[in-house]
Design a protein around this ligand. Sequence first.
Ligand SMILES: Cc1cc2nc3c(=O)[nH]c(=O)nc-3n(C[C@H](O)[C@H](O)[C@H](O)COP(=O)(O)OP(=O)(O)OC[C@H]3O[C@@H](n4cnc5c(N)ncnc54)[C@H](O)[C@@H]3O)c2cc1C
Length: 425
Amino acid sequence: MAEFEPAMEQITADTLVVGGGVAGMTTAIETAEVGKDVILIDKMPTIGGRVAASYQYFPKLCPPTCGIEINLRRIRINPHIRVLTLTEVEKASGTPGHYEVQLKISPRYVNDKCTACGECATVCEIERDNDFNYGLDKTKAIYLPHLMAYPARYVVDPKYAGDERMKKCVEACQYGAIELDMKPRVITAKVKAIVWATGWKPYDARKIENLGFGQYPNVITNVIMERLASQNGPTKGKIIRPSDGKEVTKVGFVQCAGSRDENHLPYCSAICCLASMKQATYVRTQYPEADIYVFYIDIRSPGRMEDFYVKVQEDRKIHFHRGKVAKITENPENKNVILEAENTLTGEITRTEVELAVLATGMVPNNVDSPPPLETELDANGFIVPDTNRGVIGTGVAVRPFDVANSIQDATGAALRAINIGARR
Ligand SMILES: Cc1cc2nc3c(=O)[nH]c(=O)nc-3n(C[C@H](O)[C@H](O)[C@H](O)COP(=O)(O)OP(=O)(O)OC[C@H]3O[C@@H](n4cnc5c(N)ncnc54)[C@H](O)[C@@H]3O)c2cc1C
């Protein structure tokens, strides 16, 4: 059944899955493939979550298309899954087996006649910051969220739905797909189980003032690096310095940027070391002679990921420096940035000038902005504390900083718990 627009005010299903990232998609698929009805909602105009914004993902370094596309196909053909985008939980009540949930559906301003031909965007005069590329480029006010978007349908930035200039887009659409007078709706879902898979957002690097993000253009974050390296990113896949578009020969990765730090995120996000090593391979592929410096407190590469660490270490131009970067400053003459680090064993202070610095910032659970309902307990950092007696069933990074493989594993467990609740009540 896949993407749908409910005509009725009330819908029923066995399970409601909130969040359509890799964890939510997995839970929805695993639940639906045993014949249970699932409503999968996402607050964004597309499902896919954060993985869709990465260039490649470890361990195999394949593009996100290979994993997400398979899941999307399974969702598309499954009559038991109904996907609702631009949808959030407004209110929920009830007990396991008998929940009533108010779902708020925001207008897309584009109906299901859209063929994603793009004529509307071609004539559109209004531009907006492209949030998918962390504001590094622009899209039109009517846009396709990204190439893998599901549904593959344009959306209007709500800020511009009432703008007179949007009428030109309406006229350009030969399918009559743009409806600028769409209104928000609230519908009721009656479900037996609720799975919360709302994932994460990057830690705001501006808060780590000593590391210069937002102050020096050549200090970027790890999520921005994913977009720079992606062919559908703001630089068409070329890793270049934001200040002047130059190629890079010296790149520094700053591990634990704000993580394991009482002033920022006290916990380890578990993936940042591997993400930086993966990104070092992006740099190496484009620049065979570049020097890459990784500043770390200790490298965390659990289980079989140790093999990846060993392989990266074999690269003679990837230099691992044990040291916490305490300060980043800019060389005003060439806009290079200087990483000042203290070796945590010897106390030695080093200063390394690089053309581009990448801050390995951690994952913050979205629960901190939109906490789950039904007295779900969160820990001090906003992750869901699993509890079989009350609250929602959490999964993925809503519960703990996980990589994709662990998110999938956890989401399969969440599907089983949801099926179990449905079967018992
Ligand atoms: C720089 C970086 C690189 C990484 N690279 C890798 C890698 O190479 N390999 C790997 O295995 N892992 C990698 N990871 C980790 C990977 O991104 C996560 O494991 C994965 O995103 C977890 O999926 P998720 O579904 O839990 O969350 P998400 O991907 O965050 O998906 C959550 C979904 O929920 C939606 N949502 C949020 N709030 C709401 C709400 N209130 N209502 C409805 N919907 C909501 C969001 O729109 C989103 O679609 C990386 C992480 C970082 C920071």
